[in-house]
Design a protein around this ligand. Structure first.
Ligand code: PMP
Length: 410
């Protein structure tokens, strides 16, 4: 898309950004944790609760039909957002974490035997490690990891051939690493796995709202993402599952909505995706998410991706020019975030002092504790960007980092 985007105009769509914290203009650089919400998304929630609120799929009264239509329209919109073939391939979840847990519970329980291997990477978020460890404990399977190459955090693919043994049944990996900003070659890896009959899951928490995503081009079997990171409400996410796989999976949770008939001894279940959605779902969540997806695609995720990368490179180059700083993630091709450590300064101190300057960063292990241990650090400070951030904000952030260094005598 060759349109120029009026980024400053878009920024005005986010009321929360127009405020001071500690007397300084807010610079929100914690977008990898959660994004802010444009007025259109907030208004979609208000409209739903003021006009259409009712339970879905049950009533045949006007409000229930409106709610059901909007709820299912959001599912179709989500399919389009990631280029799934059909809305039936979209399951509503609370977010990426629940999507991965759903696959571990349903696909994992059905397919894994003792001795089977679940292959992950060393840069996974805890939500793409812990569910598999729990599953391994239940089934006798093992978890193995594709290594990363030191501070750059890119995958060491020289080890891949030896790791792709006939025991590997699942490859689950992150699309964009939340602590390093690495963009993994997911299409290439899924193609290699698929040739060997290995099922694939891509954690799209950091990619779905930041770059064009096409699950058919990636060639994965499952793709999980969270609404709150892509301008949508908290508590809603989606799991894509390839129809051929989903149709054969057992239910996730039991309850109302997911059944065809229930007897005292036996239940018949609905087909996918409804079989995986027990009980009254989050209804306003998908409706808000629908608006968020429309909002992002009106900007163009290709434009957002360029803007993200521009800010990240701009920030990285300025930080790299400082003394006594350790930078993480790749030098080129990074996604919209920068992870760093100042010599002899704890990441939490960096974040606390940055906050005093109005800059919202994140400090900690970023739910990638095993990776932090591998790199020999406890934590990093992270600035993560979105399309409403500006170069002027990056300049101010770099100034604040320099002030922190001065404060600590660096
Ligand atoms: N994977 C990655 C790469 C993430 O960045 C996150 C959120 N930080 C998650 C998974 C989990 O997402 P959620 O908490 O929305 O379920």
């Amino acid at each position: 898309m060759n349109r120029t985007v009026d980024w400053a105009k878009l920024r005005a769509d986010f009321p929360i950004l127009d405020q001071k914290v500690h007397g300084k203009p807010l610079i929100y650089f914690d977008n990898a944790a959660t994004s802010q919400k444009p007025r259109a998304v907030i208004q979609a929630l208000v409209n739903y609760y003021e006009r259409d609120n009712a339970n879905v799929h049950r009533g045949i009264h006007e409000l229930s039909m409106r709610a059901t239509t909007a709820f299912e329209a959001a599912r179709a919109r989500t399919a389009k957002f990631i280029n799934a073939r059909s809305a039936d391939e979209i399951i509503w979840t609370h977010g990426t974490t629940e999507g991965i847990n759903l696959v571990a519970s349903t696909w994992g329980a059905k397919h894994l035997q003792p001795g089977d291997v679940i292959l992950l990477t060393e840069a996974e978020h805890h939500s793409n490690i812990v569910p598999w460890q729990l599953l391994a404990q239940r089934t006798g399977a093992k978890v193995a990891y594709i290594p990363v190459t030191g501070d750059e955090g890119t995958l060491d693919l020289s080890k891949l051939d030896s790791l792709l043994t006939s025991q590997v049944k699942l490859l689950s990996l992150v699309h964009i690493s939340n602590s390093m900003g690495v963009v993994n070659p997911v299409a290439e890896l899924c193609a290699r796995a698929r040739k060997l009959g290995i099922v694939t899951l891509v954690d799209g928490a950091q990619s779905a709202g930041h770059m064009p995503v096409d699950v058919q081009a990636i060639g994965c079997d499952f793709f999980a993402f969270s609404g709150h990171k892509i301008c949508g409400p908290t508590g809603i996410g989606a799991l894509y599952g390839r129809q051929e796989i989903m149709e054969k999976l057992p239910p996730y949770q039991g309850g109302g909505e997911m059944i065809l008939t229930v007897g005292y001894d036996k239940t018949e279940f609905k087909s996918a995706p409804h079989r995986f959605e027990a009980g009254t779902p989050d209804i306003s969540g998908p409706i808000g998410l629908h608006t968020a997806m429309d909002y992002l695609d009106a900007i163009g995720r290709d434009n957002i991706w360029k803007h993200d990368q521009e800010l990240a490179n701009y920030a990285y180059d300025q930080l790299a020019a400082l003394q006594n700083i350790r930078l993480f993630g790749p030098k080129t091709g990074r996604a919209g975030l920068v992870s760093f450590l100042l010599k002899d300064v704890h990441a939490h101190d960096v974040v606390t002092l940055a906050d005093q300057g109005g800059v919202a960063l994140r400090g900690g292990h970023h739910c990638t504790q095993p990776l932090m241990h591998k790199l020999g650090v406890e934590s990093t400070a992270r600035a993560s960007f979105y399309f409403y951030n500006t170069k002027a904000e990056v300049d101010r952030f770099v100034e604040v980092v320099k002030e922190i260094q001065k404060f600590f005598g660096g």
